[in-house]
Design a protein around this ligand. Structure first.
Ligand SMILES: Nc1ncnc2c1ncn2[C@@H]1O[C@H](COP(=O)(O)OP(=O)(O)OP(=O)(O)O)[C@@H](O)[C@H]1O
Ligand SMILES: [Mg+2]
Length: 242
């Protein structure tokens, strides 16, 4: 059976309390299995970032459970098995590119020389090994996002989560970033979940998971790519709500 990387069971996330409480996500049950390539799609405010943050263990559900069966307890998630790429620039300005990419390994206690070598290898995978000594301010937006992809893959993750990674980029840079993400997932054998408004990004993945009003609806296979070996990762119970 294909291992389940992250499993959400009847998950909900409400922000705030009382009359002003806002239900960002509700009644969401889904499994991301090994090898998945998933686009989380839906209008602004539909809950895409909320669900990604729960899958990353960066936030906790107010109801339901999120587990990482193939990884272990939440303490095991970082640094390493889960790599996250954010929409906004997330590189640390005083550190050069190589140091930025090495950060997750340094935090994990890897010795600096090994961490640096791994950072150079990860940068090479996204085609940016020659930028290793640059500062973030010297990069274009597209290059900075590819460096963020290299940082997400340096710990050889089982799961890569990206939140609108191409949201602020032109078409060409966006294509390079999605190439880097798909290549990174393939290289490290990771599952990939990308929240996106961009149909060109969604078309590069295998499945589309539509979110509407904080609820996940039935997954749609994206026919433009050959079907992946992995079986459909949304359980049959995820029928469209009327
Ligand atoms: N920290 C927060 N406090 C209060 N409400 C929040 C918070 N984060 C998100 N929300 C609300 O939760 C809902 C879902 O937000 P979320 O960011 O998950 O949407 P999204 O689908 O990622 O939207 P976008 O496409 O604009 O990024 C929205 O109504 C949003 O205003
Ligand atoms: Mg969002």
């Amino acid at each position: 059976m294909t291992p389940t990387i992250v499993s959400c069971v009847d998950v909900g996330r409400t922000y705030g309390y009382g009359p002003t409480a806002l239900v960002a996500l509700h009644s969401t049950t889904c499994d991301v299995v090994d090898g998945s390539r998933i686009a989380l799609v839906g209008p602004s405010g539909s809950g895409k970032s909320t669900l990604l943050h729960l899958m990353a263990g960066l936030d906790h559900p107010t109801v339901g459970t999120v587990d990482w069966p193939a990884i272990g307890p939440i303490e095991a998630l970082r640094p390493g098995p889960v790599g996250v790429v954010f929409q906004r620039p997330s590189l640390l300005a005083p550190l050069d590119v190589g140091e930025n990419v090495a950060v997750p390994l340094l935090l994990a206690g890897v010795d600096p020389t090994t961490a640096h070598d791994a950072a150079v290898e990860a940068l090479a995978q996204v085609g940016l090994a020659d930028l290793v000594d640059k500062l973030p301010e010297e990069l274009s937006g597209g290059q900075a996002q590819r460096v963020a992809v290299a940082r997400a893959l340096v710990g050889r993750p089982r799961l890569i989560l990206a939140d609108e990674p191409t949201g602020q980029l032109d078409h060409e840079s966006a294509a390079a970033v999605i190439d880097a993400l798909v290549g990174a997932a393939e290289h490290s054998g990771a599952a990939l979940v990308v929240a996106t408004h961009d149909p060109a990004v969604a078309d590069r993945l295998d499945e589309r998971w539509p979110l509407r009003d904080g609820a996940l609806h039935a997954a749609v296979a994206i026919p433009t790519r050959p079907t992946h070996d992995a079986p459909p990762s949304v359980p049959a119970s995820l029928e469209p709500t009327p």
